[in-house]
Write a protein that binds this ligand. Structure first.
Ligand SMILES: C[S@@+](CC[C@H](N)C(=O)[O-])C[C@H]1O[C@@H](n2cnc3c(N)ncnc32)[C@H](O)[C@@H]1O
Length: 205
């Protein structure tokens, strides 16, 4: 059924980027998670989006195409990724909707309160809670913070699997983050078993 449903959705818009990511083992957003985020994007008029983790620009380019009124600030700290993303944006971001910010997201002071309607967290998993805590004030009340990979390859919530210590620590961090999100007094979060797991947190106040 997965393939049947996938075929009903729009065909791949950037097959060359997808191929590059696969060949070079660059992690990019899963198709189902992307489709859910695009559905939220359709609902906003002129949304400002902040993305943490650009990689080659695959998700940012999809967000731009999904909503031609959207403006996307996307942050990346890796020099090689910045170079590739810049080249992809030059090629495909014809409407100049995407602003690449070449920084470590935890060190950037350029954000403004209530600027964004959607924030997409897709950076280093160990830092999820720090990203969220730092940028939640940059999100307008009523906006969404969407976090990718909260299932961490099916490793979270699974004590039976033997894991190396480094992975175990990361799993604990992601599990703690999920619980923290669940209990957050300012946000209502829905956890979706899509792709590698996706959390959509709505800022109530
Ligand atoms: C999963 S990839 C992003 C994929 C991209 N969002 C997509 O779906 O096409 C994660 C990226 O986040 C970047 N990253 C990790 N931690 C970061 C940080 N603190 N600040 C900026 N970029 C970060 C990594 O260098 C990597 O390129």
């Amino acid at each position: 059924m997965d393939d049947y449903i996938a075929n009903l959705n729009q065909e791949e818009l950037f097959p060359d980027l997808l191929k590059f990511a696969r060949q070079n083992k660059v992690p990019i957003i899963n198709r189902d998670s992307l489709n859910l985020i695009k559905t939220y994007l359709y609902l906003f008029s002129s949304p400002k989006i902040l993305e943490i983790g650009t990689a080659i620009g695959y998700s940012a380019l999809h967000f731009a195409l999904a909503n031609p009124t959207a403006q996307i600030d996307t942050m990346e700290r890796d020099a090689k990724m910045i170079e590739i993303a810049q080249s992809n944006f030059q090629k495909y971001d014809g409407n100049h909707q995407i602003n690449l910010i070449p920084v470590d997201a935890l060190e950037w002071d350029g954000w403004e309160k209530d600027r964004y309607q959607i924030i997409f967290i897709d950076g280093a998993k160990a830092q999820y809670q720090k990203f969220f805590a730092k940028y939640q004030e940059a999100l307008e009340p009523g906006g969404l913070i969407i976090t990718d990979n909260i299932g961490f390859h099916n490793l979270v919530g699974n004590d039976e699997k033997e894991k190396p210590k480094r992975i175990k620590n990361l799993v604990t961090k992601v599990e703690n983050y999920n619980q923290w999100l669940k209990d957050h007094p300012q946000f209502v979060t829905t956890f979706f078993p899509l792709g590698d797991g996706l959390a959509v947190s709505w800022k109530v106040r």
